[in-house]
Design a protein around this ligand. Structure first.
Ligand SMILES: Cc1cc2nc3c(=O)[nH]c(=O)nc-3n(C[C@H](O)[C@H](O)[C@H](O)COP(=O)(O)OP(=O)(O)OC[C@H]3O[C@@H](n4cnc5c(N)ncnc54)[C@H](O)[C@@H]3O)c2cc1C
Length: 465
């Protein structure tokens, strides 16, 4: 039987993986991208050059047979290196289980790998430099404009929008009469700016490359992830409006140098051209997008950031977008007979979970910049690491549930993880977890309190590991 032709708008991370999987399933796919081919034209500087890839994303990439090729691009980071002002940095592992790490990976490197794989399939057509203007939602067609300002229309049996947070496909759904499209965009008070710590002599790393480096400063935060060439991509998260240290106000060279001297003194020697980089690189906004429905007329669907953009503080936006592709693939294995049913099943399976990771990412914004260096938070982390080391069958922290347990949906990870957090923090405050109590007994207390908290919410189920 002839397979449908699928038009995908947006050849970023989600669209490329989706095209690859649908191509592998035998569909005829046209994948259209507004930018030039990034394998020939490097991306603009300063646009999240590297990302943290973890189990959910790896599971989806493994599913299309790319495990080895992706691993070759990864730098494992097994914990956070916390740089406090005035004192020596300390390492806080992500988990007490051995061999658990998140991976720093180049965005263009990963996207290029996916595009190479896409291009190798004869049933996929790739088109660059075509920017989608609007979508005729009822017939799976979209109008694009090319570099010569010529408009062209492409049509599929279905159309899937993976065109990112500013999605034109979603905008067409928003404007569609009668769809009752719900949409919210919640901007964060903070934006981000990328900087670079260059490689040392002979491509050496100037800091430990096996950690995600964080400089938590209460209001603002700096993080750094390693690159394969010995450099680190540094991201400054700072409020726009705060005075004098906000992106809207911090523009003069002396003030920029002064800010880093006061807040991040150990980075000055690592970034000799810091002020020039700060002034040259763009500042990006951070927001959460929620919307529904994700599909209409059984012809058009959105996924990835187009459907659920989140703030980057759990390192899960790309991972969630890759998980979308995996879940869509599972839906295609179910015995639905038409696209409207498949689209509805996909949204039903995903929406609750992408809403959960959106909430968790916002929580982590506060945790990373305010709490990572806080003594109570540190006490909790040490206990969690001890539970994960000694009782790995029984305990996984919220971070581990989200990051390392791809088999546990985000919303279950959120419910269990939040209850555990609350249980440990309240027991620590009540001094119910003294260090001289055997670890097993401390775990029992935490587990009991966690169950009590979960029982207060009858809709919550206990998630078993
Ligand atoms: C600072 C920052 C740090 C991040 N860190 C992490 C991290 O560590 N881990 C993680 O998992 N996630 C992270 N993310 C999130 C991650 O970048 C996104 O979730 C991910 O890129 C989503 O993939 P996507 O394909 O849906 O969208 P995108 O990657 O945005 O891709 C959309 C594609 O569509 C194209 N496009 C857009 N408009 C059109 C149009 N009109 N016509 C045709 N094509 C179009 C774009 O050019 C692009 O190629 C981070 C995000 C930011 C901003």
């Amino acid at each position: 039987m002839k397979k449908d032709h699928i038009l995908i708008v947006g050849a970023g991370l989600c669209g490329s993986l989706l095209a690859l999987r649908l191509g592998q399933r035998g569909y005829s796919v046209t994948l259209v991208e507004k930018r030039p081919d990034l394998r020939l034209h490097p991306l603009d500087a300063g646009r999240s050059i590297n990302l943290a890839l973890s189990e959910r994303g790896l599971k989806a990439l493994n599913h299309v047979g790319l495990n080895d090729k992706v691993r070759a691009l990864c730098i494992p980071m097994s914990g956070r290196m916390i740089h406090q002002n005035q004192t020596a940095p300390f390492f806080s592992p992500y988990s007490g289980r051995p061999d658990t790490a998140i991976n720093s990976i180049s965005r263009p490197g990963l996207n290029a790998l996916l595009l190479n794989e896409v291009e190798a399939l004869p049933n996929i057509t790739l088109k660059f430099n075509l920017s989608c203007l609007s979508v005729a939602l009822e017939n799976g067609s979209a109008t694009f404009i090319d570099n010569q300002q010529q408009e062209i229309t492409l049509t599929g049996d279905i159309l899937i929008g993976t065109d990112g947070a500013g999605s034109k496909v979603r905008q067409s759904m928003f404007a569609a009469p009668g769809l009752r499209f719900s949409f919210s965009q919640q901007w964060l008070s903070h934006g981000y700016k990328e900087l670079e710590i260059p490689a040392g002599p002979n491509g050496s790393y100037l800091m430990n490359p096996e950690a995600l480096h964080i400089w938590p400063r209460g209001k603002d935060m700096l993080i750094a992830l390693p690159n394969l060439n010995g450099s680190f991509t540094v991201t400054l998260f700072m409020s726009y409006a705060d005075q004098p240290y906000g992106f809207d106000h911090l523009t003069q060279p002396e003030a920029i140098a002064d800010y880093f001297k006061t807040q991040y003194p150990d980075t000055l020697a690592l970034m000799p051209d810091l002020v020039a980089q700060y002034q040259k690189n763009p500042t990006g906004g951070l927001g959460t997008i929620r919307c529904s429905p994700w599909h209409c007329h059984g012809k058009t669907l959105i996924m990835g950031d187009a459907a659920h953009a989140i703030v980057p503080f759990y390192g899960q936006g790309m991972n969630a977008s890759f998980e979308d592709v995996l879940v869509f693939d599972q839906v295609l294995d179910q015995d639905h007979t038409n696209w409207p049913e498949r689209f509805a099943a996909f949204e039903q399976a995903r929406k609750l979970n992408t809403d959960a990771i959106a909430d968790l990412a916002l929580d982590n914004f506060h945790e990373m910049k305010e709490h990572t260096a806080d003594p109570l938070f540190q006490q909790k982390r040490q206990l969690e690491v001890a539970f994960e080391t000694e009782l790995p069958q029984h305990y996984a922290s919220k971070y581990s549930l989200v990051t390392f347990h791809a088999d546990i949906p985000y919303h279950q990870a959120m419910q269990l993880g939040r209850a555990q957090d609350k249980a440990i923090l309240s027991l620590l405050e009540e001094q119910q977890l003294p260090a001289d109590l055997p670890l097993e007994e401390r775990y029992q207390r935490v587990e009991k309190r966690t169950q009590q908290l979960l029982a207060q919410k009858p809709t919550l189920k206990h998630t078993s590991l």
